[in-house]
Design a protein around this ligand. Structure first.
Ligand SMILES: *Cc1c(COP(=O)(O)O)cnc(C)c1O
Length: 388
């Protein structure tokens, strides 16, 4: 279809009518428990800054110091001349932290996922993906030359059946660790067993587990104690619990080297600013050292779940910082978010196509920077808004 101006206008109108229109909010403050939007202070339950590190003074100062030392821009892609000592140190520290041979940095998680999947599978191969995988993984599956097969969410029987019958050249199983819009966790031990049984690659996207899960914050692979033999491709991002931006993929030497030789979203893009790598190194130190942040987050999650049960909220079965309240209809979800906003609470309505049709929801995200009183306020306001 030709998208001339009139058609685009109609499309936009239609989107508004279906309550699917997206509106941009502009922050005038740092990302923290209270944010300022259009001059109003709001109590926010909508960022992925799970450990409250996005505005941490030590990370800010590491960022500034490295900017003084190395400047702002990296100047080129990693392979040309944009790979700095800070990048290299961060890669070493990430490999050590996750118990992998080697790690490679990407500018962001979206590009890491596109890069890795398109590099490792080819024509004649098959990529198996959980239905609720992050959009970047699904896009990678569409972009790569292999066939993509989606299995039912967290359903190992569904995956097992789909992997079984054909004999493929090369297969890759791909899953989120913590599902970004549902907050539940993938059975990665079972995924690893299925992958081993079928000699398949296994890639885990730990964007929402890294920093938060595991005793030292090394993510779901630490919590489940899975090695790089069991999970050869581990990806995680810095934009969530780490409070910075960027991503990495970690695994066996040869695989990471192969990615460095072939992943187009790594080769053909400017390296992240070295100061960002330095800030991320500082963040990595803090998440390892300050276990209280993970404990605090757990306490906040438990309190929220307990209090929401008291007022009869039906939440999805999630024990993570992502606590979705399913509303169903997009219009209703949008109106509910608007009511909360009017009462000073920022929670975002997540609607299709981000989530399946008729499962629009409020995605409440919790953080170590929330205080008990913040949770009580959220519950009070939620209860008022739902009573209306
Ligand atoms: C956020 C996210 C990404 C994308 O990472 P960015 O660094 O924000 O591009 C990929 N996968 C999952 C599961 C995510 O939640």
């Amino acid at each position: 279809m030709r998208r001339d101006n009139l058609l685009i206008k109609q499309w936009l109108l239609e989107r508004k009518k279906k309550a699917l229109y997206r509106n941009l909010k502009t922050l005038e403050s740092p990302q923290q428990a209270r944010v300022t939007i259009e001059g109003r202070e709001l109590l926010s339950f909508s960022s992925n800054d799970y450990l409250g590190l996005a505005n941490h003074p030590q990370i800010i100062s590491a960022f500034k110091k490295a900017a003084d030392q190395y400047g702002v821009g990296s100047g080129s892609s990693h392979l040309v001349s944009g790979h700095f000592k800070e990048h290299s140190m961060l890669e070493k520290e990430l490999a050590e932290f996750t118990g992998r041979d080697r790690a490679i940095l990407f500018s962001n998680g979206y590009m890491a996922n596109l890069g890795v999947i398109t590099a490792l599978v080819d024509k004649g191969d098959v990529v198996f993906q959980d239905r609720l995988n992050h959009a970047s993984l699904i896009d990678a599956g569409l972009l790569c030359k292999a066939r993509m097969v989606r299995y039912r969410h967290n359903d190992m029987e569904s995956l097992g059946k789909k992997v079984q019958p054909e004999s493929h050249n090369n297969t890759m199983i791909v899953s989120d660790s913590v599902f970004s819009m549902d907050g539940d966790v993938a059975p990665i031990r079972e995924l690893a067993a299925i992958a081993q049984e079928h000699a398949s690659w296994l890639m885990i996207d730990d964007a929402h587990g890294f920093g938060v899960l595991g005793d030292t914050g090394a993510g779901l692979v630490e919590a489940e104690n899975l090695t790089q033999e069991e999970i050869p491709l581990l990806m995680a991002t810095f934009g969530k619990a780490m409070g910075t931006a960027g991503a990495f993929v970690a695994g066996p030497n040869d695989i990471i080297e192969y990615i460095a030789q072939t992943a187009r979203t790594w080769m053909y893009t400017t390296a992240m600013p070295p100061a960002l790598a330095a800030a991320t190194r500082e963040s990595l130190k803090i998440i390892q050292r300050e276990t209280w942040r993970r404990n605090k987050l757990k306490a906040v999650i438990d309190l929220f779940k307990r209090e929401s049960e008291k007022i009869g909220l039906v939440l999805l079965p999630s024990n993570t910082a992502i606590q979705p309240l399913i509303v169903g209809d997009s219009q209703v979800a949008l109106e509910l978010a608007k009511k909360l906003l009017d009462k000073g609470i920022l929670v975002v309505a997540i609607r299709p196509p981000t989530v399946p049709v008729n499962t629009a929801r409020l995605r409440i995200t919790l953080s170590a920077h929330h205080q008990e009183e913040d949770i009580f306020q959220l519950i009070r306001v939620l209860s008022e808004c739902l009573d209306d």
